[in-house]
Structures are given as structure tokens and as C-alpha cells.
Design a protein around this ligand. Structure first.
Ligand SMILES: [Zn+2]
Length: 234
């Protein structure tokens, strides 16, 4: 079995997202973390010449899925400049504050501008960020993915397989499973991964392609039969 990527071995956060920032593909990455993980994140950030900014709020993060079973205590933004990480942190802080208010003043409509700003700060495609702001603040993750599938005109592109963000080339909810802006991001990250960790790139492509039919089944029962088979690894 292929070993996980050596870089970044130290940050206990999403390694692919970290690589996307190091490679200049995304301005900022966003990671949930436990308090005990901060020292390792800081070590890796210094090593890779990256800047961090933290928001600590256990209450806000309750309900988010955890990696290790430890409670997430905060969010860390990682980027190449203080201005870039601050932009993302300010936008997330606004969504936190709005969510704490009553439904009338903190509902999905009120939070949409902050969600759009956060998506832009993280380098997500505008089409997908607007899709998320319009629907994602009201719907579950599964509903949102199913909506994107219904908006997909043609075969699903395996590079946008995002059932599990820990095993995904993209870290956002796509507006469709053929979104060209998202495919460009995925291609750039896959190229960087192939340069830095070719074995991990091969492993990940294999996982994404092998589990694509399950994604289709899980979202709305569309049969994978008739779908264009995933493209072979370049
Ligand atoms: Zn899109």
C-alpha cells in the first residue's frame, strides 16, 4: 500500500489542501483542528513559509465531522500572505456571528454574502460559491450533492468526486459534476501531486475512479451503467 504523502507529514490537517496552497493553486486553505494539533500545524507552516490565522469556537464547530474523534476546537486558515488568510478569517467570523443570531437576522439569506466572500477568499470557483450560498445554507451536504448531480448535463467527471473531502481533489461543493472551473482546479492539484508524490497521486486517482459508481448510487440511485467510464490515468 502506498504511504501517505511525506509533505506535509506534520500538519494533521488535509494534506492535499496544504499542497494546493504551497503550489500556488489556491490562495488559502481552511482546516478544522483540535487544540492539540496547533503545534504541528505551526511547525509545518514555518517549514513551508506559510502564514496561519486561527478562529477558536467549539460551539460553532459542534456537529462537524471529526477526523480523530477529538472535538474540533477551531479553524485554521493557511496561506502565503497575512492579508489572504485574514480575508478568509474575517468572512468566516461573519458567518459565525450571524449563525448565533435569531433566524430572522441570521438565516441563510443573511449569511449568503459572507459565504460568497469566504468562498472567494479560499479560491473556490464563483459559480460553485454562488451555488452553495443559494442552496447550501438551507440543505444538508447530501441534498446539496444530489442537487449538483441533477444539474449535471452529461457524464460525471471523476475528478470532481467529492463524497469524502478527505479523499478528493476538490474541497468545495460543486455547482455540477462537470463544472469546468472545478475541473481546472482538480487538474492543477493532480499535476502538483504527481510531481511531489506520484505514488499518492496514483492511489488517489484509483480511489476516485473505483468509487465513482458508488457516488452516483448514493446521490440519487442513477445507475452508473451508461455513464462514460472514467478517463484513464494520464
Ligand atoms: Zn462551478
Amino acid at each position: 500500500m502506498a504511504s501517505p504523502p511525506e509533505t506535509p507529514a506534520h500538519p494533521p490537517v488535509h494534506a492535499l489542501e496544504w499542497l494546493a496552497v504551497c503550489a500556488g493553486i489556491k490562495p488559502v486553505s481552511r482546516h478544522l483542528l483540535a487544540l492539540s494539533e496547533q503545534a504541528a500545524v505551526e511547525f509545518a507552516a514555518r517549514r513551508d513559509d506559510l502564514v496561519t490565522q486561527y478562529l477558536w469556537s467549539e460551539a460553532y464547530l459542534r456537529g462537524f465531522r471529526t477526523r480523530t474523534g477529538d472535538a474540533h476546537a477551531g479553524v485554521v486558515f493557511v496561506g502565503k500572505s497575512a492579508a489572504a488568510v485574514a480575508r478568509a478569517a474575517v468572512a468566516e467570523e461573519r458567518t459565525m456571528a450571524l449563525r448565533d443570531r435569531c433566524w430572522l437576522h441570521g438565516g441563510p439569506r443573511a449569511r449568503a454574502p459572507a459565504a460568497i466572500e469566504l468562498g472567494a477568499a479560499l479560491g473556490y470557483p464563483a459559480c460553485c460559491t454562488e451555488f452553495f450560498a443559494r442552496h447550501g445554507l438551507r440543505e444538508s451536504n447530501a441534498q446539496l450533492r444530489a442537487r449538483a448531480l441533477r444539474a449535471t448535463d452529461g457524464p460525471i467527471d471523476w475528478r470532481l468526486h467529492n463524497t469524502d473531502f478527505a479523499q478528493s481533489l476538490i474541497s468545495h461543493f460543486v455547482c455540477s459534476y462537470r463544472c469546468s472551473a472545478s475541473i481546472s482546479l482538480a487538474d492543477a492539484l493532480l499535476d502538483a501531486l504527481r510531481r511531489e508524490h506520484p505514488e499518492e497521486a496514483t492511489r488517489l486517482v484509483g480511489v476516485l475512479q473505483a468509487t465513482l459508481p458508488a457516488l452516483v448510487d448514493r446521490l440519487d440511485g442513477r445507475s452508473p451503467a451508461g455513464q462514460t467510464p472514467p478517463e484513464p490515468v494520464q
